[in-house]
Design a protein around this ligand. Structure first.
Ligand code: NAI
Ligand code: PYR
Length: 316
């Protein structure tokens, strides 16, 4: 399975590296406006393959994306310290107006996996662009990485608090990949029991202070990391590799990710994250989790913020 990546900067290269280390796909092609960068990243990542999963890793042009089952889109501007994801919108929407038609003319059957921020709005922009040439382009074939990263942060922090592997924690972040995201505390579980029960049993209760610290740890992660090192890449690289694996292996894994929803929390036609079943053609099913009244209100607020952003852009 060939995997294409457009945008070979921090995020695209970390995704390629994570795929090589996990053995996702059988060939990777990196495309970037800065071709020399793509060449250098491909060469560097290729050198990791003897320690992981041998596969060709090359830089290429759009034509080399032909036959890709998934194309990751990680091109465009990233946040400067203090900037929100939504502030990147106009710059990155213009970049995608150029990129998406070129990707689809070379790889018309690929699932598009959007990482560029603001990722939910960029997912909706991408679907809109794809539908200009293919009006019935399925919404489930344009997948935003959405809150896969926030969900990973939530699981990592809960696992650390409980003293267990984050793999044994099932807890999702819903809504915007951004400031209005919703930590689904009422649905969080560990070891097949509600997280609060597990926490009491192991003597590490989730007090209001713990909960507030985890909420801030998740919601404030990007800002902190960007302040410290200029950008984030390892977490999202791992998350993108995980999504690509689910698609390329037709795995039917449940992952929080973003697509355009016909209706969510009373808001129509807006992209945001919910738990979804991922397989070869992208999103196969969307799950509607049971939420507390406060979580329902928070998800509606998040959907409203995203809807306002797409409406300003003249889509949705
Ligand atoms: N979804 C998520 O959870 C996350 C998303 N991001 C987002 O990913 C995006 C990329 O971030 P970084 O990799 O840190 O940025 P970067 O600046 O390192 O890489 C972006 C790459 O896009 C390329 N590019 C720009 N315009 C292009 C065009 N028209 N055609 C082809 N290539 C083009 C640039 O040459 C550059 O190499 C940003 O929007 C960032 O906010 C970053 C972290 C997490
Ligand atoms: C930059 C970004 O979106 C993140 O690390 O969450």
């Amino acid at each position: 399975m060939k995997i294409g990546i457009v945008g070979a900067g921090f995020v695209g290269s970390a995704a390629a590296y994570a795929m090589v280390m996990r053995g996702v796909g059988t060939e990777i092609v990196l495309v970037d406006r800065n071709h020399d960068l793509a060449v250098a990243q491909a060469e560097d990542i290729l050198h990791a393959t003897p320690f992981a999963y041998p596969m060709p890793v090359n830089a290429g042009d759009y034509g080399d994306l032909a036959g890709s089952c998934v194309v990751v889109l990680s091109a465009g501007a990233n946040q400067r310290p203090g900037e929100t994801r939504l502030e990147l919108l106009e710059r990155n929407a213009a970049v995608f107006g150029e990129i998406i038609p070129r990707v689809l003319s070379s790889a018309p059957d690929a699932v598009l996996l959007i990482a560029t921020n603001p990722v939910d709005v960029m997912t909706q922009v991408s679907l809109e662009i794809a539908r200009r040439t293919t009006p019935d382009f399925p919404a489930g074939r344009v997948v935003g990485s959405g809150t896969i990263l926030d969900t990973a942060r939530f699981r990592a922090l809960l696992g650390r608090h409980l003293g267990i592997s984050p793999k044994s924690v099932h807890a999702h972040v819903l809504g915007e990949h951004g400031d209005s995201e919703v930590l689904h505390w009422s649905g969080a579980d560990a070891g097949a029991m509600p997280v609060s029960d597990f926490a009491e049993q192991v003597g590490r209760p989730v007090t209001d202070a713990v909960r507030a610290a985890i909420d801030e740890g998740v919601r404030g992660a990007a800002g902190r990391i960007i302040k410290g090192k200029g950008a984030t890449w390892y977490g999202i690289g791992g998350g993108l590799a995980r999504i690509v694996q689910a698609i390329s292996d037709d795995e039917r894994a449940v992952v929080t990710c973003s697509i355009v929803n016909p209706s969510v929390a009373g808001v129509e036609n807006v992209a945001l994250s919910l738990p979804r079943v991922l397989g070869a053609t992208g999103v196969l099913e969307t799950l509607q989790p049971t939420l507390s009244p406060q979580e329902t209100a928070d998800l509606a607020r998040s959907a409203g913020i995203l809807k306002e952003a797409v409406t300003k852009l003249g889509i949705g």
